[in-house]
Design a protein around this ligand. Sequence first.
Ligand code: ZN
Length: 120
Amino acid sequence: MQTIKVLKGISKRTVNTSLNFDDYMRCLTDSSTAIYSSFTTLQPKDFQMRTVRVTKKSLSPVCLKRYYCCAIHGLPFFSKEIDIFRETGQCPMCTKTFEEREAQLLEYLSREPASATDTE
Ligand SMILES: [Zn+2]
């Protein structure tokens, strides 16, 4: 199994050299951990290119764009299905509670990697 690390707005070199799979897992499982990365990039200023040292939040456990019913499925805010979730306590898409789905996800992530059958 090949691990592919992708982050939006962070240089590939920084992602490949300074972040590892444990950082992603720490961010998923610990709701208070955000990871920052520093890297040098080119930016134009007054019509001249300059090298600038940038520090950005690269991994964050908080997603403010969706309402999460379980560890996987999220709904857009103001969706009517959020009311269903609040009444029943079960995700409308997989009918599991948040804790059941989180336990299932952690169990899946802790498995041994599959043998080389992935296609890339
Ligand atoms: Zn779900």
